[in-house]
Write a protein of this length. Structure first.
Length: 276
C-alpha cells in the first residue's frame, strides 16, 4: 500500500467518523429539546447573506447560495422537531430596489433551486425529504412582480405539493406585511360590496382568515439573523399575537442547530413562566 493510499483511507475513515459524531450530536440535541413545548409555527428572517459573502471574500451570489443550503438544513431540523409550519422571508418587495445584477442573480437562483426540487435532480435527498414528511410548499406575496419563469416554477411546486397533508413551508417571495394586510382588507371589502358579507360581521378573526398564512397554525416564534433588531415588514399582524421574537448576531448561512436549540430553550422557559 502506498503512502498516498494510506492517507486517503485514513482521511475517509475520519470523515465517516466525524459525520457519525455530528449526526449523533444533532439527534441528542433534538431529542433533548423535544421534551419541552415546541412552537407550531416559526418565522425566519433570513438576513446576512451579502455580509457573509463580503466577510468571506466570495461573490454575493455564493453568499445567497450558502443561504439556500442553510434553509435546507433549518427546514430539516424544524420538521424533525415537529414544527408544523415554517415561514421564511425569502425576498422583500423592497429588494427589487437592489442592484439589477443582484436581483437577476437572486431570481435565477430561486428558479434553479425550485427546478431541482420539482424535477428531482441533484437534490434527490431533499425531494425524498419532501415526500417523507408530506411537506406542502406555498409561495406567498405579490407573485405578479416575479419574472414569469420564476413565478411559474413557484406555482408548479405549490401545485405539486398542494395535496400533501404534512407541515407547510411558506416562502415569502416577494413579500411585505403591509401588502398582505391590505390584500386581506381588500378581500373583506369586496365581500361586503358583493353582498356576501354584512359590515357588522367584520371581525379581527375574519381579517386573519384572509391573510396569506390563514391555513398555518398561529405564529409563535420569529427568528432574525445578522444582528439587525427589526422585523422589516415581516408578519406584522401575526407577530402581534404573543409571539417570541429573537434577534441573533450571526449571518444566516452561519445559523446552526445549536443556535436554534438555544432559542427553543428560551421559548420553553418563557412558556413555563407564563404558566406560573
Amino acid at each position: 500500500m502506498t503512502e498516498n493510499k494510506a492517507v486517503n483511507i485514513n482521511s475517509g475513515w475520519l470523515d465517516t467518523l466525524y459525520t457519525k459524531f455530528v449526526d449523533l450530536s444533532c439527534n441528542m440535541l433534538i431529542a433533548t429539546v423535544k421534551k419541552g413545548p415546541i412552537p407550531k409555527h416559526i418565522g425566519f428572517i433570513m438576513d446576512g447573506n451579502r455580509r457573509f459573502a463580503k466577510n468571506n471574500k466570495i461573490e454575493t451570489r455564493m453568499g445567497h447560495l450558502a443561504g439556500f443550503s442553510s434553509l435546507q438544513n433549518i427546514l430539516k431540523w424544524c420538521l424533525r422537531l415537529d414544527v408544523k409550519a415554517v415561514t421564511v422571508y425569502a425576498f422583500s418587495i423592497d429588494n427589487f430596489n437592489r442592484p439589477k445584477d443582484e436581483v437577476e442573480s437572486l431570481m435565477e437562483l430561486a428558479k434553479v433551486k425550485i427546478y431541482e426540487l420539482t424535477e428531482n435532480r441533484q437534490v434527490e435527498n431533499m425531494q425524498e425529504f419532501i415526500e417523507e414528511h408530506r411537506l406542502r410548499i406555498r409561495s406567498i406575496g405579490k407573485l405578479d412582480l416575479l419574472p414569469t419563469d420564476v413565478r411559474e416554477k413557484m406555482e408548479e411546486i405549490t401545485f405539486k405539493t398542494k395535496d400533501n397533508n404534512g407541515p407547510v413551508l411558506n416562502i415569502c417571495i416577494p413579500y411585505l406585511s403591509t401588502h398582505e394586510i391590505s390584500t386581506a382588507i381588500s378581500s373583506v371589502s369586496q365581500q361586503v360590496s358583493n353582498g356576501t358579507l354584512d359590515p357588522e360581521d367584520i371581525t379581527e378573526s375574519l381579517i386573519e382568515s384572509n391573510l396569506f398564512t390563514n391555513d398555518s397554525p398561529q405564529l409563535e416564534l420569529i427568528i432574525r439573523t445578522s444582528g439587525e433588531t427589526r422585523l422589516s415588514n415581516f408578519l406584522l399582524w401575526q407577530a402581534s399575537k404573543n409571539v417570541l421574537i429573537k434577534f441573533v448576531d450571526v449571518y444566516w448561512p452561519e445559523f446552526t442547530l445549536l443556535k436554534l436549540v438555544g432559542i427553543l430553550l428560551d421559548y420553553q422557559i418563557e412558556k413555563l413562566q407564563q404558566k406560573e
